[in-house]
Every structure is written in C-alpha cells, then in structure tokens.
Design a protein around this ligand. Structure first.
Ligand SMILES: [Zn+2]
Length: 128
C-alpha cells in the first residue's frame, strides 16, 4: 500500500498519509507520536499517478481498437484487461480516483477477448 510519504518529526520514520488525513493527526508507526498532516498537504504526487494512468489508458484504448481488425492479436485484449485491473487496484490502494474510463476499458477488453476467442473457435471449426 502506498500513499504520500511524510517524515516523522521526532524519529524520522516514514508516515504514510492519505487524502482523508488532511488536517488530522496520524500516529507514527515508529514512535507512536502523532504526526500532524497540514490541510494544504501536497497531493500532487498522487494526482501525477492518476495522470500516468490516464496516459496509459489512451495507449491501451488505441491498442484495443487496433486489435479489432487484426484478430490474430488476441493477446492484446488480455493484456489490456490485465493492465486495467492492475491500474484499478493500484488506484484504490493509493486512495486515488479510479478513472471511469478505466472501468469502461476493462469491460471493453473482456468483451473483445470473448469475441476474438469466439472468432478463433469458429475459424478452427470451419477448417476441420
Ligand atoms: Zn516517529
């Protein structure tokens, strides 16, 4: 699990801070002293991670669209599905917003996987 890391002022241990902790005290895992989280704590780090997801999302959607006319590329939807699942899990662990497009892309990848598998089964059947 990750979040925004802050240093404990009394022992130097890393205290993981989440968005919901803004303006609250978080106990330090090292010394137990409470570590104050300022209201204006910089969550840009987490937002940057969401930005990376968004960028990857566009690429994955592109690959998925490309794999439609080229059914021979059927590991592509599997890869996209795997990647979406990993990104969704990571976002949830990090308390970030799960991009709705990510959920949509995962559903699309599953549908494509089924479709392309059916296509291959059909191909094999007609040739036998
Ligand atoms: Zn401490």
């Amino acid at each position: 699990m990750s979040g925004l890391g802050r240093r404990c002022e009394s022992c130097g241990a890393e205290v993981i801070v989440r968005r919901r902790h803004k303006g609250k005290d978080v106990p330090c895992p090292g010394c137990g002293k409470s570590c104050e989280v300022p209201k204006n704590v910089d969550f840009l780090v987490l937002d940057a991670a969401t930005e990376v997801d968004r960028w990857n999302l566009e690429n994955c959607a592109g690959f998925l669209a490309l794999s439609l006319p080229l059914c021979c590329l059927f590991p592509v939807p599997a890869g996209v599905w795997w990647w979406c699942s990993a990104a969704i899990r990571r976002a949830r662990e990090e308390d970030r917003v799960v991009l709705p497009a990510l959920l949509r892309l995962r559903r699309a990848a599953i549908a494509m996987l089924v479709f392309e598998l059916a296509f291959w089964v059909l191909m094999v059947e007609t040739r036998l």
